[in-house]
Design a protein around this ligand. Structure first.
Ligand SMILES: Cc1cc2nc3c(=O)[nH]c(=O)nc-3n(C[C@H](O)[C@H](O)[C@H](O)COP(=O)(O)O)c2cc1C
Length: 327
């Protein structure tokens, strides 16, 4: 595997990405300000939205505005939708395309009960034919690239990632992302590289490997062990929008200078101010408290900062705590 290839510009169907290191969809986190920070400081190949219910999009539910919001300064954004009804997924995909999506993904990996109750998320992997119908409908509805994000199987009894991947390919999808765990496995379980590798070998379309990638070494491990086309980063970019740039530098054996605590604090405050602009001070303050905990990893006195920040309800106190701790 030519590791350097993942740092280069690539065309997948109608989609052109600057590199093959993607930012994962992260419900509750990957809103516009989060993605903009990733773009400005890490330049991933593709940014991912939070997952959006296809049905609620098709019914024009106003609450989806916050998920659809794009900034003209972000890079290409892949919207992710979830659902099981091909007609709603097709309508939702078209709405996303019209709103500026560079690609559209169907979530076939979410283990959350609310999503799985309707047979969506990772549960849809129990019905591979239905995934095929959903992909076909989405492909017919849009001109942008269509993908699916799957796990290696829905549970420890069914490891059908290969079967699902082939159906996804036959239905016309442009690429696949595989999170190397099954639907009942938590994050403390190891990533199953060999299962990702079987999926990579079974289809011709690009497969992106996902799970536990946080730096150049873990990126290389995924690439070496699975021969995947590219990688996707989830938790590794929470509070660390620089991770994409760091991985690129480490793969290319270039020097990587991490941001200073003051720079990290500045980026956190910029993210906060952008949140205030889109949602107002109170919800933005509630939201930034959880993101700030990720940003504070590694700073001196991070425990103290996290304890203080969790009590904060106003902008001024938040800003002063960031200025004190991020120096
Ligand atoms: C807070 C959080 C939210 C997530 N939301 C989504 C989501 O909306 N859609 C999705 O397909 N996966 C979601 N995931 C899974 C990630 O995209 C990714 O597959 C998983 O975290 C493994 O990758 P990582 O080890 O790089 O974090 C979420 C994960 C976390 C931690």
């Amino acid at each position: 595997m030519n590791l350097q290839a993942i740092t280069t510009q690539t065309k997948i169907g109608n989609l052109i990405i600057g590199n093959r290191i993607l930012q994962a969809p992260l419900a509750g986190y990957s809103n516009m300000p989060f993605r903009l920070a990733c773009w400005e400081h890490g330049r991933p190949g593709l940014l991912g939205t939070e997952m959006i219910s296809a049905k609620s999009l098709a019914f024009a539910n106003k609450k989806n505005e916050k998920y659809l919001l794009l900034n003209k300064n972000e890079g290409p954004v892949q919207y992710q939708i979830w659902g099981t009804e091909p007609e709603y997924l097709a309508t939702a995909a078209k709405i996303c395309e019209d709103r500026g999506a560079a690609a559209i993904d169907i979530n076939c990996g979410c283990p959350v009960r609310k999503v799985n109750a309707s047979g969506s998320g990772v549960s849809i992997m129990k019905k591979p034919e239905l995934i095929g119908k959903c992909i076909s409908a989405m492909k017919k509805a849009v001109n942008i690239a269509v993908s699916a994000k799957i796990r290696i199987g829905p549970n420890n009894e069914i490891f059908n990632g290969v079967e699902v991947a082939k159906i996804i390919e036959d239905a016309g999808a442009d690429f696949i992302t595989v999170h190397g765990r099954h639907g009942k496995e938590s994050y403390n379980m190891p990533v199953r590289y060999e299962e990702i590798s079987k999926i990579v070998d079974s289809v011709k379309i690009p497969v992106f490997g996902n799970g536990n990638i946080v730096d150049g070494n873990t990126a290389k491990e995924m690439l070496d062990k699975t021969n995947c086309f590219g990688i996707m980063i989830g938790r590794g970019c929470m509070g660390n929008p620089w991770v994409f740039a760091k991985i690129k530098a480490e793969i290319l054996k270039k020097q990587w200078i991490p941001p200073s605590p003051a720079e990290v604090g500045e980026v956190l405050l910029t993210n906060y101010n952008r949140l205030i602009e889109i949602m107002g001070e109170e919800p933005a303050t509630r939201h930034i408290r959880k993101l700030a905990c990720f940003y504070s990893k590694g700073i001196i006195g991070s425990r103290d900062f996290r304890m203080k920040v969790n009590q904060i309800t106003d902008k001024q106190s938040f800003e002063s705590h960031v200025k004190i701790h991020f120096t």
